[in-house]
Design a protein around this ligand. Structure first.
Ligand SMILES: [Zn+2]
Length: 350
């Protein structure tokens, strides 16, 4: 009888606690009101397979020599991006014709030559001091021992062209009266392949104060399908979305449910996941500074870090859909009335 009583009490407490938790999650969800639902889709629809294909075939061509950090091919990649933003009339955050954040060879212990992050910027109309960083790495592995070029179409040509197309869409929206309320930094990072050094450098030398950097959405490989999804290709792995901001996670979910219904797969977000992807791309350097992040990723495939990662193997309609999801998520964070809430210790839910 005593045992029974204690067990019942535990059951009761358990029920109350979980109700409270569920109610608080619901409060977070209810606090999110999607903004500009018509305009979001209108501008998302300017992101097209044709343009993605054109940019990606060029960026991952042999001309760029595998974009190895500090080498001529990587310099060409940086110049390609700078020229693109200049042609699109999207400014640099430095306010002049310099789009590069130069990283000295000393930062690489002289093992690599000088390199550069490439930055473009759209200033917010109402809260310009709040900055959201959209990132992807521009470097790759260079040339193999046998003299074959690593084209890196998925890694990370897919993320690179995603930034280019999203920047163009935001710029067009701004020209038509939909300037984002918060600022957006398009950050093309170098030196990811040698240990996330470009994002490390940025967070040590931020162009905008890290305390005003309200989120980082990082894209590293979103143009392919992994072996777990051969029969369910309309998916994307999201990693980190709920770790520092529950609100970020539920914004991402709500935007997806409203517009896209892509299967968002969180298996690699488990804290004990042996792959440890949470620490394996550039977003980690932002998360390290308590900035909420989402890492968008298609998982590994047979061509990962092989010379066979080429532009013809990209699923372009899928790439387009995934970019539209990221675009709409970014739009919401940039334009909703309140600043994204951080709750790195689950404060919102206590
Ligand atoms: Zn990568």
């Amino acid at each position: 009888m005593k045992t029974f009583y204690i067990l019942s009490l535990f059951a009761l407490i358990g029920t109350c606690a979980s109700k409270k938790y569920t109610a608080k999650i619901q409060d977070v969800k209810d606090s999110i009101e999607l903004v500009d639902t018509t305009a979001v889709l209108k501008y998302a629809n300017t992101i097209t397979v044709e343009e993605l294909k054109k940019h990606l075939y060029q960026f991952s061509s042999n001309e760029f020599l595998g974009r190895r950090v500090g080498e001529p091919g990587q310099k060409l990649a940086a110049k390609f991006l700078k020229t693109y933003y200049q042609n699109e009339d999207i400014p640099s955050p430095y306010g002049d014709s310099n789009y590069y954040q130069t990283i000295s060879s000393n930062f690489f212990n002289k093992k690599y030559k000088n390199s550069e992050n490439v930055l473009a910027y759209i200033e917010g109309s109402e809260y310009p001091e709040d900055v959201i960083i959209l990132s992807a790495h521009l470097d790759h592995l260079g040339i193999s021992k046998d003299g074959v070029i690593f084209n890196g179409a998925d890694d990370d040509g897919s993320g690179t062209v995603a930034l280019m197309e999203m920047a163009q869409a935001f710029k067009l929206a701004a020209n038509n009266g939909y300037k984002p309320k918060r600022s957006i930094l398009f950050l093309h990072l170098t030196a990811e392949e040698i240990g996330k050094r470009g994002s490390e450098f940025y967070t040590l030398h931020p162009v905008f104060p890290l305390e005003n950097t309200i989120a980082n959405l990082n894209i590293d490989m979103i143009g392919r399908v992994d072996k777990f999804h051969l029969n369910n290709r309309d998916y994307l792995y999201l990693i980190g979305s709920d770790r520092l901001s529950k609100e970020l996670h539920y914004i991402s979910e709500k935007v997806n449910n409203q517009f896209f219904n892509i299967d968002l797969d969180y298996r690699f977000n488990d804290e004990g996941d042996i792959n440890d992807y949470y620490e394996r791309s550039d977003h980690y350097n932002f998360a390290y500074h308590n900035i909420p992040v989402i890492f968008y990723f298609n998982g590994e495939h047979d061509d990962y870090h092989q010379v066979s990662d080429t532009a013809d193997k990209i699923d372009y309609p899928l790439l387009e859909r995934r970019i539209k999801l990221i675009f709409a998520t970014l739009w919401q964070i940039a334009n909703q009335e309140h600043r994204l809430a951080i709750d790195k210790n689950n404060e919102l839910l206590k």
